[in-house]
Design a binder for this molecule. Sequence first.
Ligand code: SF4
Length: 288
Amino acid sequence: MSKLKIAELFYSVQGEGRYMGVPSVFLRTFGCNFKCAGFGMPRGELSEEANNLALLQDIHDEPLFKKYEDLPLVSTGCDSYASWHPSFKELSPMLTSDAIVDRIMEIIPFHEWKDEHLVITGGEPLLGWQRAYPDLLDHPKMAGLKEITFETNGTQKLTPEFKEYLLNWGIESRGYNALTFSVSAKLPCSGEKWEEAILPEVVCEYEQVGTAYLKFVIATEQDFEDAKRATEEYRAAGFAGHVYLMPVGGVESVYALNNRAVAIMAMNAGLRYSDRLQVPLFKNEWGT
Ligand code: SF4
């Protein structure tokens, strides 16, 4: 039986993108190929918030943070830092498909799938875990699941085996809309390099097995210009999906500074605006 290293598994409302407001089970896998330490920082500078918390975790004989709920929120860098930072890997257990499904059945309101979405997120959920998802999704209690979103940074190619599996799971048995790739492609404000983060051919391949949309995190006019440039690159490669602009801000004080400005930028460019509902609704706490 396959196992997945699970950072978080919770039931909430999707706060971002095309399925904003949809009741969803969030399965957050451990591990990411990026760090995104540039978010919320002046351009060219990197946040040390996650590393400082990691130091606190490492210097104590007994770990200071014993579960996700103990971890502080950060206002700069990746707001999901504990889902990839090695210092917090002990907080993410390896769980069998059976254990994951049992937990999902406990947390959804009717203890069987109704209209809930499954959001497979991270970290970066399309790293090595692609090989483990078929076992999870083929579990008999997962048969009633109708829709999945992969929240990805858009840098990981689908393996031929997983691509074939997804074609069968989605388009061929549940229809084209059953499978969505929410691609949060990282602009330079993330601190990641353009040539490693903007990979249109990878994202175009996602559109062969489901729908895909792009979601750019925006803090400044420069980010807006970068988002438009990146969109042109994706379009030139044949990307057909929608494009969303979303305000930076894992904490309310940062989010509230620029959500209105980003909405106006999106309107003026004929692009879609995505809120981050989890921030005003739940303060972006772990497990929301
Ligand atoms: S890609 Fe996502 S999870 Fe990975 S470091 Fe960046 S923001 Fe965090």
